[in-house]
Design a protein around this ligand. Structure first.
Ligand code: CTP
Length: 132
């Protein structure tokens, strides 16, 4: 049993998001928990210069309704990760492999795992496709 945490925007929730969250939950094993930290609209705009189609409260509600998700928090800064790991007694920190190596500084606190992405889908691509 392990407590797992992962971070993301989860805008225009799609199959790549679902598979990532299911695999993250499975890493925790029997009775493991999955905490998902959803990037706030403000964090996305100020730090990533990205505008979301779906407001953060709704993105968090969608993620929180999934069977594989036990707890939802908001991401408001790059610096909160160490405290989140400590506060939530996290054993495994999971990100998609687009972030490979970026969070290795947490390895003194927990295991850090990068999972392969589902090919050919992303929120950005969906937005571009809709724009024609
Ligand atoms: N993810 C994935 N497979 C995809 C898309 C996303 O495994 N095809 C994972 C990411 O690696 C991340 C999590 O889902 O760990 C949340 O990703 P997020 O950045 O919200 O989704 P993207 O669709 O990649 O969004 P964007 O295009 O805005 O970067």
């Amino acid at each position: 049993m392990a407590n797992v945490i992962t971070y993301g925007t989860f805008d225009l929730f799609h199959i790549g998001h679902l598979r990532l969250l299911q695999r993250a939950k499975a890493l925790g094993g029997e009775n493991g928990t999955l905490t998902v930290v959803v990037s706030s609209d403000r964090f996305n705009w100020v730090e990533k210069h990205k505008k979301c189609a779906i407001p953060d409260l709704q993105r968090a509600e969608i993620v929180g309704a999934l069977k594989c998700v036990d707890k939802v928090l908001f991401e408001n800064s790059w610096e909160q990760k160490r405290q989140d790991v400590i506060d939530n007694k996290i054993d495994i920190f999971v990100m998609g492999e687009d972030w490979k190596g970026k969070f290795d500084f947490l390895k003194d606190l927990c295991e850090v795992v990068y999972l392969p992405r589902t090919p050919d889908i992303s929120s950005t691509e969906l937005k571009e496709q809709l724009q024609g």
